[in-house]
Design a protein around this ligand. Structure first.
Ligand code: ADP
Ligand code: MG
Length: 321
């Protein structure tokens, strides 16, 4: 059944709000801000065929669309507050909208973030634009620009499974059923590291979320901070499934994978144990994978002490791939 714009908004996206003063239904939403906090804002646009495959289950797509945005708040060390949802789609179908809203709103509830508005329109392909808003005390937001020589480099979780799933979908490699389901879950259902981001306030010197691949995203931190980095290949955390793939696939997935939505952060070496205990408190695995060095040394990945040849490996670029 095709629904009208206002019916579908009322049915799927109008929900009572508690933190916001006014949610969906008027010309503007009204947010209650904690006095003295800064508002952290981030937007991500997901386009069918480019950011997700049309084979993804709508519930997972709803989850992922919000997850990638929450991941940006996590990387800034911001606490989630509210979000808007802009949808462009060829048809308004219940069998898509119902599970999509369910996946989206379940993740929203888990993170205490409220849907307060948006826009809905017909269009040639499914596009999902979400803007998230969060709060952070002045001076405490985690930025890309704070890494200093001598800092340790950390990543949360494990890397590369989402890329492995994408390659399996493309038919470039094949995985046994169970393994495929697990990496597919990593690709379609990432868990934003919001609690870790909050735990790293005052502890991390810089942070970014890994959306476009480790080398590219670390490169953003290095440029913003005016430093270089040395990563240890052996230390990069990978799943048992990725760990048994060929060296070439491991390199592609770990170094340039994309869609990981893990946090990469730097912290002074003196904070090493505090980083570990703070991460344990929020039940998020973290691994120290290298250190920040002088800018002249660039970005090096070492394996058994020798630098890997990174030629031919490049970050995911949505205008190129
Ligand atoms: P406007 O004419 O001001 O653009 P709309 O008629 O598009 O308003 O939307 C009506 C109300 O529904 C607004 O409060 C808007 O924020 C909300 N809304 C529209 N689309 C969505 C959506 N996809 N998710 C959440 N709220 C939405
Ligand atoms: Mg509108």
């Amino acid at each position: 059944m095709a629904l009208g714009e206002f019916d579908l908004i009322a049915r799927y996206f109008k929900r009572p709000v508690a933190r916001a003063a006014l949610g969906v239904g008027d010309d503007c939403a009204l947010l209650r801000l904690t006095p003295g906090q800064q508002l952290a804002v981030s937007t991500d646009l997901l386009v069918e065929g480019r950011h997700f495959l049309s084979t993804v289950a709508p519930e997972r797509l709803g989850h992922k669309a919000l997850a990638v945005n929450l991941s940006d708040l996590a990387a800034a060390g911001a606490s989630p507050l509210a979000f808007t949802l802009s949808l462009s789609m060829p048809r308004a179908e219940e069998r898509f909208l119902e599970p999509f809203a369910q996946g989206l709103l379940a993740l929203a509830e888990a993170h205490g973030i409220e849907l307060v508005g948006g826009d809905t329109t017909g269009g040639p392909v499914l596009c999902i634009g979400i803007t998230v808003m969060g709060e952070v005390p002045p001076g405490q937001a985690l930025l890309r620009s704070g890494a200093r020589v001598g800092d340790e480099i950390w990543v949360s979780g494990s890397l590369g499974d989402a890329r492995l799933a994408l390659e399996a979908f493309r038919g470039s490699l094949s995985l046994p059923g169970e393994a495929f389901e697990q990496v597919r879950r990593a690709m379609e259902c990432p868990s934003p590291r919001v609690a870790l981001g909050l735990a790293l306030r005052g502890l991390a010197s810089a942070a970014i979320d890994l959306s476009d691949g480790l080398l590219g995203d670390l490169g953003h931190v290095l440029r913003a901070s005016g430093v270089g980095a040395e990563l240890a290949w052996e230390a990069l955390p990978r799943s048992a499934i990725l760990g048994v793939q060929s060296e070439a696939w491991q390199r592609a997935c770990l170094l340039t994978g994309g869609d990981d939505y893990e946090l990469l952060f730097t912290a002074p070496a003196a904070h090493h144990h505090q980083v570990l205990s703070s991460a344990t408190m929020v039940q998020t695995p973290v691994h120290c994978v290298g250190q920040i060095v002088a800018a002249e040394r660039g970005l090096v990945v070492t394996q058994n002490g020798a630098a890997l040849d990174l030629q031919g490996l490049s970050a995911f670029d949505h205008f190129k791939s």
